[in-house]
Design a protein around this ligand. Structure first.
Ligand code: HEC
Length: 99
């Protein structure tokens, strides 16, 4: 009986912590942006590409620009996962809210 309870307890701990690790595995848009985008996109001013605050805020358009590229911007569809692209879209939209 005692052993059964321990097993159930342990299973719950494992289940719970694996869910936690899924949450912390969410890609970090800010970090990806600084690694892959910052060299061409500044927050407030135009660099090689559009300033983040001047980007359009439509999620579909942002996603398609990142996936397929725009003008001289390379495409990232094969380099980033859908979750990473979504985290970038959320990051860009969050930067635009304080204009
Ligand atoms: C090599 C330089 C370069 C890199 C790296 C780059 N971009 Fe760009 N990006 C550009 C250029 C150039 C444009 C087109 C700007 C224009 O139309 O004048 C652009 C356009 C865009 C647009 C469309 C802007 C609009 O009006 O909505 C988005 C969104 C965007 N980039 C996001 C990103 C993200 C996110 C990353 C990182 C994954 C990234 N870019 C990496 C150069 C770059």
């Amino acid at each position: 009986m005692n052993r059964l309870l321990k097993t159930i307890g342990l299973t719950m701990v494992i289940t719970f912590s694996s869910q936690l690790s899924i949450a912390s595995d969410m890609p970090d848009g800010a970090k990806i942006f600084s690694q892959k985008c910052k060299m061409c996109h500044a927050l407030d001013k135009k660099k090689i590409g559009t300033a983040v605050k001047a980007m359009n805020s439509d999620a579909e358009q942002l996603r398609s620009a990142i996936t397929s590229g725009v003008k001289r911007m390379p495409k990232f569809g094969h380099k980033l996962s859908a979750e990473e692209i979504d985290s970038l879209v959320i990051y860009i939209q969050a930067q635009k809210t304080d204009i």
